[in-house]
Design a protein around this ligand. Structure first.
Ligand code: CAA
Length: 257
């Protein structure tokens, strides 16, 4: 039995963390299943991935506290690395990843959403990094990605004080791009994923790489990263298709690469 469900809808993959009884908390098995499910995605035929949680209540309520409760220092470090490796795989997946946050996104759940490119939330979504109340730091990248995603002072408040943020505030902080009634979340995520998938796939992947790699370096190096990727697009059929169609005042053929 896997803790991950995966469905392919045309160019869009939908990956569901499926451990509803424990509010989709991430234990070692869930992380291993998630890792395997990511490896199994056919990147030739998938242009966008949506990640969500099973049920109506929770995206992911964190790393598994029961499992962590008896860890030693070395085991804690290894557990952190396990989560970090999987989340880094999501962050660097060549295709865009949308988190459809359908409830609690606490600790490792908030961190999972932060490893995705775009976060959409249901009205009942709650974000938080409650780890200091458990005697630990965030362990799957929260100190780094939250501080890079929202205002640093607010990230620090959320992490030091364990302040939880509900969907409307998450929207005002820029932590999520949009908030929907629960039943509209997945259709909205699907619609966005389809709009992304309708654009030139090599160009979309190049944009993800340019943004992510560029954010790691200074502006002089970052613009060179963009220049190279921009140039590489001119070798693609999609560029010929898209630009010829514009010049000829018609719609492009569906993008193929
Ligand atoms: N780990 C393990 N089990 C969890 C869990 C977690 N993070 N979160 C929820 N569960 C389990 C509960 O133990 C409970 O199981 P049982 O039915 O067997 O008792 C089940 O899920 C349902 O949870 P509750 O009964 O607590 O549901 P609730 O509606 O009363 O509360 C909640 C919901 C506020 C999310 C609450 O479950 C909660 O506070 N969970 C923990 C949240 C948390 O602290 N997350 C951070 C974990 S640390 C971390 O993630 C470290 C890191 O960065 C890597």
């Amino acid at each position: 039995m896997s803790y991950i469900k995966y469905e392919q809808n045309g160019f869009v993959g939908v990956l569901t963390i499926d451990r509803e009884k424990a509010l989709n908390a991430l234990n070692s098995e869930v992380l291993a299943d998630l890792d395997a499910a990511l490896d199994a995605i056919d990147l030739d035929s998938t242009r966008c991935l949506i990640i969500t949680g099973a049920g109506q209540k929770s995206f992911v309520a964190g790393a598994d506290i029961g499992e962590m409760s008896t860890l030693t220092k070395a085991e804690g470090e290894a557990f952190g690395k396990k989560g970090n490796d999987v989340f880094r795989k999501i962050e660097t997946l060549p295709i865009p990843v949308i988190a459809a946050v359908n409830g609690f996104a606490l600790g490792g759940g908030c961190e999972l959403s932060l490893s995705c490119d775009i976060r959409l939330a249901a009205e009942n979504a709650v974000f938080g990094q409650p780890e200091t109340g458990l005697g630990i730091t965030p362990g799957f990248g929260g100190t780094q990605r939250l501080a890079r995603t929202i205002n640093v002072g607010k990230a620090k408040e959320m992490i030091y004080a364990g302040t939880k943020v509900k969907a409307p505030e998450a929207l005002s902080l820029g932590l999520v791009s949009a908030v929907y009634p629960a039943e509209e979340l997945m259709p909205a995520a699907m619609k966005l994923a389809e709009r992304i998938s309708a654009n030139a796939p090599i160009a979309v992947r190049a944009c993800k790489k340019a943004i992510n790699d560029g954010l790691q370096v200074n502006m002089d190096e970052a613009i060179v990263i963009e220049e190279k990727l921009f140039g590489s697009c001119f070798e693609t059929e999609d560029q010929k298709n898209g630009m010829t169609a514009f010049v000829e005042k018609r719609k492009p053929e569906p993008f193929v690469n």
